[in-house]
Design a protein around this ligand. Structure first.
Ligand SMILES: Cc1ncc(COP(=O)(O)O)c(C=O)c1O
Length: 381
């Protein structure tokens, strides 16, 4: 009888081991048959499945209240898995303008494959009704959205999607499951860039899709086919990040709220967007569908022009000038110059992103230190 090297005396390691194996020795042909027939869960080849990855999938599924979860190499890999699994030539997809910019690049590929892509302003969800057609297969949205933190009513979108037999896919990266569980509001799939708050330390890239068992099987098929399974080392880092995820998410939302309240009356900024503010157009819907606060990201325009926004960012000492979000450190960027760089001009500025708009992602630092940093940097413009 072979001894299990991971639990030689039956005592389990506190952390899921990093299983770096590409392939696994079959115990017998009967075991091979049972695995390939789906009678038992077993591992054969890394592109199919990996125990370290599987452990983290179970944890994310639990956070989202989902039956299962597929983890892959990045948030964009997760978005692409969803598109490739469910869209066929001749289908139509409705996407809100205000989603992460790289979705625009993928939409060009979808169009080449014969899929119609309809872009809509997230602040006018009623337009979805007019855009829906018999061949609409998917509505893809974020709330709060990237970068303008617009709120879209998930339950309303779920009802619309159901009325035309389309799937509702919600990218929950900004909100995180600590604040919002889209599946409970009627979404079919929940996407994450786990690179962000789930991982939380700027040290790994990963994507996730939380869903039911049936969709897990379909998404698994695509991931296995195209080879976007996460590596075991990143899965282990993600598992470690998840251990402190709720604490970090709570702290980030407290910091974001404090910064939003500080900024609101400040004469140096305008167009402040944070769903936690009562004055925010999305506050009512956000209060219905979010809990424990309103997330860690806010957006606002600095001064009158991009030079002033650059000057403000250049004068920050604690907050880092970098893309990404949901990390232990506060991060700030100008979306026009970074996350939205690939978009055509009319999509970049046509729905509210200005040349001087900044996106600020709160970290877990001391709140007073962050406010002081913003205060001194704004004083210089
Ligand atoms: C909301 C949102 N979705 C998806 C992505 C893509 O994630 P990744 O960079 O892990 O591919 C990002 C990246 O910033 C994002 O902000």
């Amino acid at each position: 009888m072979k001894q299990d090297p991971l639990t030689p005396y039956g005592n389990k390691p506190m952390v899921t081991p990093i299983v770096n194996a590409v392939n696994y020795e079959y115990e017998s042909f009967e075991v091979l048959r049972q695995i390939t027939d789906g009678e038992i869960d077993g591992y054969t080849y890394h592109r199919d499945d990996n125990p370290t990855v599987r452990a983290v999938e179970k944890s994310i599924a639990a956070l989202e209240g989902a039956e299962d979860c597929i983890v892959c190499t990045s948030g964009m890999a997760a978005c692409t898995l969803a598109y490739f699994t469910y869209l066929n030539a001749g289908d139509s997809i409705v996407i809100f303008h205000d989603v992460y910019g790289a979705n625009y690049k993928v939409s060009l590929i979808l169009e080449r494959m014969g899929i119609e892509v309809i872009w809509l302003d997230a602040s006018k969800p009623h337009k979805v009704k007019d855009a829906i057609k018999p061949n609409t297969a998917m509505i893809f949205m974020e709330t709060p959205s990237n970068p303008l933190c617009k709120t879209v009513d998930i339950a309303e979108m779920a009802a619309l999607a159901k009325s035309c037999g389309a799937m509702l896919v919600v990218d929950n990266t900004f909100a995180t499951p600590f604040h919002q569980q889209p599946l409970s509001l009627g979404a079919d799939l929940v996407i994450h860039s786990a690179t962000k708050a789930l991982g939380g330390h700027n040290d790994l890239m990963a994507g996730a899709i939380a869903c039911n068992k049936e969709d897990y099987e379909k998404l698994w098929f695509t991931r296995q086919a195209i080879g976007t399974t996460l590596d075991a080392y990143s899965a282990s880092l993600l598992e470690r990040g998840l251990k402190t995820f709720e604490m970090r998410a709570e702290r980030m939302s407290v910091n974001a709220m404090a910064m939003a309240e500080y900024l609101k009356p400040h004469s140096g900024i305008s167009n402040l967007r944070y769903p936690g503010l009562k004055s925010d157009p999305g506050h009512e819907a956000a209060s219905r569908q979010m809990r424990n606060g309103f997330g860690g990201v806010l957006a606002f325009d600095v001064g009158d022009n991009q030079e002033q926004a650059k000057q403000f960012i250049g004068n920050l000492n604690t907050i880092y000038h970098a893309v990404s979000l949901g990390a232990t450190e506060s991060l700030i960027c100008i979306p026009y110059l970074t996350t939205m760089l690939y978009l055509p001009e009319e999509l970049r500025t046509g729905f509210g992103v200005n040349l001087n708009t900044v996106r600020l992602s709160a970290g877990i630092e001391n709140t007073d230190v962050l406010i002081k940093d913003i205060d001194q940097a704004l004083a210089t413009i």
